[in-house]
Write a protein that binds this ligand. Structure first.
Ligand SMILES: Nc1ncnc2c1ncn2[C@@H]1O[C@H](COP(=O)(O)OP(=O)(O)OP(=O)(O)O)[C@@H](O)[C@H]1O
Ligand SMILES: [Mg+2]
Length: 254
């Protein structure tokens, strides 16, 4: 087994007296499709915020690609290959599809201190970003829509653009917080097919309430309950776990 791409040790977040994330030890393998499930308020989104750097843990660590990133701000985690979830992604409606993707590609590559040499090579790196942008548009099925304003896109193409923006940052791992929230069954299926098609070579960590969907797409599932890991394993193992059945499937929420 290879080293995990993402690892947390005793990850904990307290809000006053509430322990929202309670000593969570996660290990996600390279290329894995992991889902994080649990009832409302279980601590799923808070866990994501600790992983992306939007929140600092009360204690515990986050290791990504072998590096302790616990103290790093979000943009530095993105530059190291930890892709943001859709909910954080911003589609700029005043820009074209291509401009949106290029902005994400540039933001992920630049930022911070730039040496003079890089400044002088700007024309080259500009071509480089443009090429990368076209590749991402092509892969996301949006090459023909590049010059359209993002806000006139049809629903399905908007989803494609959101995925293209994540892909433009060239992430090794992508965190998805309820990407299908509010969608019809058909839209959900189309979005998951798209994620599968465009992001299947990456490591994915998905928060999702639709249990049937989670069972179908995940390699492994982690169940959170009151901030702590209640169970973890393959879809079959998790769905047969008596603790899970009681706390989750039989409990608070469908
Ligand atoms: N910024 C905050 N300040 C105080 N309490 C918070 C904050 N963010 C989350 N909480 C609390 O922490 C707990 C975990 O919330 P979180 O949003 O992580 O749950 P979740 O599993 O994502 O739930 P849902 O399925 O409803 O999205 C909840 O009790 C929530 O009210
Ligand atoms: Mg949430």
């Amino acid at each position: 087994m290879t080293d995990p791409i993402l690892q947390t040790t005793d990850l904990t977040k307290e809000f006053g007296n509430l322990v929202a994330v309670d000593d969570v030890n996660l290990e996600v393998e390279q290329g894995e499709f992991r889902s994080l499930i649990g009832p409302n308020g279980a601590g799923k989104t808070t866990t994501f915020n600790l992983l992306t750097g939007a929140l600092r843990p009360t204690h515990g660590t986050v290791t990504f690609n072998g590096e302790d990133v616990t103290g790093l701000p979000p943009h530095q985690r993105v530059r190291r290959g930890l892709g943001r979830s859709f909910q954080i992604t911003n589609v700029f409606s005043g820009l074209t599809v291509r401009e949106n993707v290029r902005l994400a590609a540039q933001a992920a590559r630049e930022g911070g201190f730039k040496p003079v040499e890089e400044f002088l090579q700007r024309a080259t790196s500009f071509d480089d970003v443009n090429e990368h942008t076209d590749r991402v548009l092509d892969r996301s099925g949006l090459l023909g829509r590049g010059d359209e304003p993002a806000d006139v896109l049809a629903y399905g193409d908007k989803r494609r653009l959101e995925i293209a923006i994540v892909l433009a940052t060239d992430p090794d791992m992508v965190l998805l917080d309820e990407p299908t929230a509010g969608m019809s069954a058909e839209e959900t299926r189309a979005t998951m097919d798209l994620i599968d098609e465009v992001l299947s070579d990456r490591t994915l960590l998905l928060i999702e309430h639709d249990i049937d969907l989670v069972m179908r797409v995940s390699d492994r599932i982690t169940v959170l309950h009151r901030g702590a890991v209640l169970a973890e394993g393959t879809p079959d193992a998790v769905s047969e776990d008596p603790d899970v059945r009681e706390a989750y499937f039989g409990g608070v929420e469908a």
